[in-house]
Design a protein around this ligand. Structure first.
Ligand SMILES: C[S@@+](CC[C@H](N)C(=O)[O-])C[C@H]1O[C@@H](n2cnc3c(N)ncnc32)[C@H](O)[C@@H]1O
Length: 286
């Protein structure tokens, strides 16, 4: 197992710097993408009858977003099958992440999650089996032609680079890459296995992470320090485990104080610090 698979994970737990408390932007983007997921489900349903709907979420992490896709898919399929007067399918979800992911906390939240779904959908929703699939999505995780729908949010920008190589080079190389729309399109077309259905860019404000309920007007009134603090927490929740593994835990607080000060300087005079995300929908060619 390579080192990245062990040290790369989001900040665990429910603390102030945890991913669970600093992932509102990701949740909002998933909400933005719900229409596109809906469109794909509709198309899928009109092509093939599905008895057991198999869905994978690659890079599910833990915390409030880990079961968001499951909830969205159940919701969408429920509405679609009701509209088309079809029997609801059985669901089989495969939650994938690296071995270091806190799968246990997801499992612990399942009884409460199932209760909420049952309350909302009653008996009209098919049985739902939730499995964990630990491992890297850069290797084979499922048998061929096994899944109906594959989802991934805020995960594919993590590269497969092995950190040990980076250590050998005595430099810290962040294994991350955010492509432009054009680059993403080119890679998909060159690779050739998928037909591109949708490729859109959603732009949110970095300080969205402060509070879900903060509207645009109030957002603009927030002081620079508060904005910088929350931007820092967002970054810390995602990158701290990697940075800790390379530079040691003792410098983390100081590192992020300095980072926050740099952000304050950066956003001075900037009205909106844009946070762009690509939303991509693909159909596998047969
Ligand atoms: C920023 S989190 C996104 C979590 C969730 N999908 C969301 O939108 O909030 C990225 C997740 O991708 C996982 N990840 C990164 N590279 C991966 C890989 N090669 N295979 C599986 N998971 C990976 C990380 O461990 C992390 O939990």
């Amino acid at each position: 197992m390579d080192r990245q698979q062990v040290v790369l994970h989001m900040n665990h737990g429910m603390g102030d710097n945890s991913y669970a408390h600093n992932s509102i932007i990701q949740k909002k983007v998933m909400r933005e993408a719900k229409g596109i997921v809906e469109e794909s489900m509709m198309r899928l349903y009109t092509i093939i009858p599905i008895h057991c709907f198999k869905v994978a979420d690659l890079g599910c992490s833990s915390g409030p977003n880990a079961l968001q896709l499951v909830s969205n898919v159940i919701d969408i399929v429920h509405t679609t099958t009701c509209n088309l007067n079809l029997k609801p399918p059985i669901f089989q979800f495969f939650l994938n992440d690296l071995f270091g992911n806190d799968f246990n906390s997801i499992f612990k939240s399942l009884p409460q999650f199932s209760e909420i779904i049952e309350e909302k959908k009653g008996h009209k929703c098919g049985a739902c089996f939730i499995n964990a699939t630990p491992g890297t999505f850069y290797k084979s995780l499922f048998p061929n032609n096994f899944l109906h729908f594959v989802h991934s949010s805020f995960s594919l920008h993590w590269l497969s680079q092995n950190l040990i190589e980076a250590i050998k080079l005595e430099c810290f190389d962040l294994p991350l890459y955010d492509p432009t729309i054009e680059e993403a399109k080119e890679v998909i077309e060159d690779e050739g296995s998928f037909t591109l259905q949708r490729l859109e860019s959603v732009i949110l404000d970095w300080s969205t992470n402060i509070k879900e309920a903060v509207d645009d007007d109030n957002n603009n009134k927030l002081d620079l320090n508060t904005k910088a603090e929350f931007t820092t927490k967002f970054i810390r929740a995602a990158l701290e485990p990697l940075l800790k593994a390379k530079f040691g835990e003792e410098i983390m607080d100081e590192l992020f104080v300095r980072y926050k000060n740099k952000i304050v300087q950066l956003i001075m005079g900037v009205k909106i610090l844009e946070f762009p995300t690509l939303i991509i929908s693909l159909i596998k060619k047969v």
